[in-house]
Design a protein around this ligand. Structure first.
Ligand SMILES: Nc1ncnc2c1ncn2[C@@H]1O[C@H](COP(=O)(O)OP(=O)(O)OP(=O)(O)O)[C@@H](O)[C@H]1O
Ligand SMILES: [Mg+2]
Length: 202
């Protein structure tokens, strides 16, 4: 469970999240959507402890979390395999997930990979960490349909029985989630549950 209690986040004088309370339950796969710039990445960052909060509290039952960032954030001086292994510290696991997401690229450096390939290395990195909570910030953006299908399959298999929050603007991706939450107004003071099958996510 992640309990968000009267959370506020602001950058300089701009209030992004204002007095937000919400509880994410264990074992549920959440989708999170809302207009560009409204605060989705900010909320994930706050949950991960990467974004400072101005008021309120976030308490979590999870000892560790995996995070697929909106940008790949790979170390440029490390190969794809080293980028995965430096997080999970388990070469077998690193090889397993990298092979699954991006075969034949273990020894390539980030500058030798396309944007979608780098993104898949970052997905392999997060999965290899084997955490009970996974935060996914638009992880499938920019992948062609075939690549997206096996990437989604790998992520869905991993998520089974875990808690996850997927940020997405994509109707098909959100339909995979158990619950879909929407940020409707800025500053964000609530998360509204929208029905799967709704055509008005945005
Ligand atoms: N480090 C920062 N410093 C100042 N302002 C920031 C910072 N990070 C985010 N913001 C601002 O906070 C707001 C929310 O940004 P955020 O990245 O959370 O949006 P988002 O919902 O994830 O958008 P998108 O769908 O485009 O990724 C934006 O107005 C952005 O300019
Ligand atoms: Mg974002």
């Amino acid at each position: 469970m992640i309990k968000i209690d009267k959370l506020s986040v602001k950058f300089q004088n701009q209030v992004i999240i204002d007095d937000l309370s919400f509880t994410f339950e264990q074992g549920i796969f959440y989708g999170l959507t809302g207009a560009s710039g409204i605060g989705k990445t900010t909320l994930l960052g706050a949950i991960a402890g990467l974004v400072p909060t101005s008021h309120g509290a976030i308490s979590s039952d999870f000892q560790k979390l995996g995070y697929i960032f909106q940008d790949a954030r790979l170390f440029p001086w490390m190969t794809a395999l080293e980028n995965v292994e430096c997080v999970c510290h388990d070469i077998k696991k690193a090889e397993y997930y990298l092979n699954k997401l991006l075969p034949n690229a273990a020894n390539k450096f980030p500058h030798e990979l396309s944007g979608g390939m780098k993104q898949r290395v970052s997905i392999a990195r997060a999965l290899s960490y084997d955490a009970p909570l996974l935060l996914l910030d638009e992880p499938f953006k920019g992948l062609d349909e075939e690549t997206k299908q096996f990437t989604v399959d790998a992520v869905m298999e991993f998520i089974k029985g875990r808690t996850a929050i997927l940020v997405s603007h994509d109707y098909g991706e959100l339909a995979l989630c158990d619950k879909i939450l929407k940020m409707e107004r800025s500053p964000v003071s609530s998360l509204t549950e929208v029905k799967s099958g709704s055509t008005s996510f945005e």
